[in-house]
Design a protein around this ligand. Sequence first.
Ligand SMILES: [Cu+2]
Length: 199
Amino acid sequence: MLRLRTLLVALGIVLLLGIGTHATSLNLLPSIPRAHAASVSMVLTGCAFVTGSCRAAGWNGTTTRPNPTITVQQGDVVSVTLSSADTLSHQFLVDADVDGAADVADCPTTDPCSKMFFSATPFTYTFTVSFPPGTYSYFCVVHPASMLGSFVVVSTPVGSTPLVVNKLGLLAPYIGFATVLMGLIGVTLFHVRREARKT
Ligand SMILES: [Cu+2]
């Protein structure tokens, strides 16, 4: 009978340990990363016609990658370093209300926009992405036909990988716990029966 009591105490300890392990396994549950604003910097040079360092018309005026797609997260603080590479006047604008670049009346209330510039000396225009996720366009107000590109606003941090939930991995601690519990019940029943037979 003493052996049975010892066995039951041992079973209780193992059960408590099991519940403890079970509780910590809850930390394995995936957590959604909290959105956080970041500071994003980029350089855009103005090129409306081919001259000097301007190999093509377009922001950054390269033949390989003019008008680069700009991808940011909602809430990001974006700093654009602007200069003119063809001595012409340019003005950076993000068409946040999607009504085209011509509507300068939106600038800078709804559409973030820089001052007009023609100097080769760079200056930095900073704005916060306060509009919702989506695909927008950024323009040069003076040359909207050639100096335009995509401005993409995403809701998750730029460069983060999508959350993948390993469902089997989540179940593993539960299966392990259940197996140990069943085993212990089996062993206990075996000993209880043996003790009962002895008396
Ligand atoms: Cu321009």
